[in-house]
Design a protein around this ligand. Structure first.
Ligand code: ARG
Length: 458
């Protein structure tokens, strides 16, 4: 396919140059946005009298037909073309002759590509947000079913204090709700029209940028043409929001992987969302969770690539910026793929409540509550802490738990203890006494679920 910029060149482009220079393999996915952007531009050119109304109408008609033809498969995108913009404009000219050549009036591929990526990414943000909402919804349902499922809460991966599985899941819910909010924020800043910036210095034609912005659903127009064509902050912001989503999914995956091990056995994944080993017949592996954890590295790599591409280029457009698309599209596609697999995996997993409870019963995770019991009887917290520590040592010595340690042993350490201590260290009570806002008690769980559900319904 011919280049758009042939006029000043005497020789044909070397094949190696075209292969290296061409971006069609990764920007052809923007065909719909490219055409819609061009339709809006052509309409504006007609409305402002920059080109004849009749010609503008023909261009709009021609572009609409090209869109239909690509969608129906009757027009194949030429992978030898320099990029999607060149291909569409070339096809339009092939169909309309002279009239097609008027489309690029008052426009450059530099502001055109900046427009197309924004349009594509706005759509992708909506899709990823929808998928995040689905995951949040699944977590809310699972939390609802596990309000009474006692499990150990950990610090340093050591059993620490009793919580419920609902509370643990809702921690991820809180992270994902922030992710959702971040995406909304990225989209808001992205939703500014660059078209009209021209190659770098705007244009001498009396264009109506606000009209184009309105037609294409942009909130505003960029106010500096150099910035309009050279800004890729929105790609970097999106890649960093996506990286945080992957951090959260990766931490969650790590826990799923641990919980699936025989050492924990807190959950069992559905057969449809696990894999086997080619040699060890007993194995059931959490491959999805491991892959999600692994793929986080890809997305962080995409973010690093974008930051590195952008950090040293003088204003305005430089060809380096063509590298933006592979990185950001890879990040977008990876996150979507991860969510597609992760959400049903969580939805279908079985929670092994008894195993969680047994783990909670063995780790002295009610020791803080035991100390609080003594504080309730008037002891300073530090003395209560020391006495409870001694009790734990006695338990370890005798192979007992705080629940099974006889009252005489309690009294031998501190005579303030009475038989009501057993009620005070009951795990269910320990959890449900943590009534402060943000804690694992039922009222707080209900409030967390309600707040998350409100967010996903909005
Ligand atoms: N394919 C190019 C890109 O993605 C389009 C812009 C080309 N602009 C130029 N001045 N060569 O960046």
């Amino acid at each position: 396919m011919a280049q758009l910029w042939k006029g000043r060149f005497k020789k044909e482009l070397a094949k190696e140059t075209n292969d290296f220079n061409s971006s069609i393999k990764f920007d052809s996915r923007m065909f719909e946005e490219d055409i819609k952007g061009s339709i809006a531009h052509a309409t504006m050119l007609g409305a402002t009298g920059i080109i004849e109304k009749s010609e503008s109408e023909k261009i709009v008609q021609g572009l609409s037909e090209i869109l239909e033809d690509i969608k129906s498969g009757s027009l194949e995108i030429d992978m030898e073309a320099e990029d999607i913009h060149t291909f569409i404009e070339g096809e339009l000219t092939a169909r309309l002759g002279q009239t097609g050549k008027r489309l690029h009036t008052a426009r450059s591929r530099n502001d055109q590509v900046a427009l197309d990526i924004r349009m594509v990414l706005k759509k992708e943000i909506d899709e990823i947000s929808k998928k995040l909402k689905e995951l949040i919804g699944v977590l809310c349902n699972k939390a609802e079913e596990n309000k009474d499922t006692i499990m150990p809460g950990y610090t340093h991966l050591q059993r620490a204090q009793p919580i419920t599985f609902a509370h643990h899941l809702l921690a991820y819910c809180a992270m994902l709700c922030r992710d959702l909010d971040r995406l909304k924020d990225v989209k808001r800043r992205m939703n500014v029209l660059p078209l009209g910036s021209g190659a770098l210095a705007g244009t001498t034609y009396p264009i109506d940028r606000n009209m184009v912005a309105e037609v294409l659903g942009f909130d505003d127009i960029c106010l500096n043409s150099l910035d309009g064509v050279s800004d890729r902050d929105f790609c970097i912001e999106l890649a960093s929001a996506l990286s945080l989503i992957m951090v959260h999914l990766s931490r969650f995956s790590e826990e799923i992987i641990m919980w699936c091990s025989w050492e924990f056995k807190f959950v069992e994944l559905d057969d449809a969302f696990s894999t086997g080993s080619s040699i060890m017949p007993q194995k059931k592996n959490p491959d999805i969770a491991e892959l999600v954890r692994g793929k986080s590295g890809r997305v962080f790599g995409d973010l690093t690539a974008l930051l590195t591409v952008m950090k040293g280029i003088a204003l305005a457009y430089n060809k380096d910026m063509q590298e933006d698309k592979e990185a950001i599209f890879d990040a977008v596609d990876t996150v979507k793929m991860c969510l597609n697999a992760f959400t049903p995996m969580i939805d279908t997993m079985t929670v092994l409540k008894d195993n969680m409870h047994n783990a909670a019963a063995k780790g002295f995770i009610n020791a803080t509550d035991c100390a609080d019991y003594l504080v309730g009887k008037g002891l300073p917290f530090r003395d209560a802490y020391k006495a409870t520590g001694e009790l734990v040592a006695v338990c370890i010595d005798k192979g007992l738990t705080l629940e099974t340690l006889p009252i005489e042993e309690y009294k031998a350490v501190c005579d303030v203890f009475d038989s009501d201590v057993y009620t005070a260290i009951n795990l269910e009570k320990c959890v449900n006494d943590r009534i402060a806002v943000g804690g694992p008690a039922k009222a707080s769980i209900d409030a967390q679920i309600e707040s998350a559900r409100k967010i996903i319904e909005s």
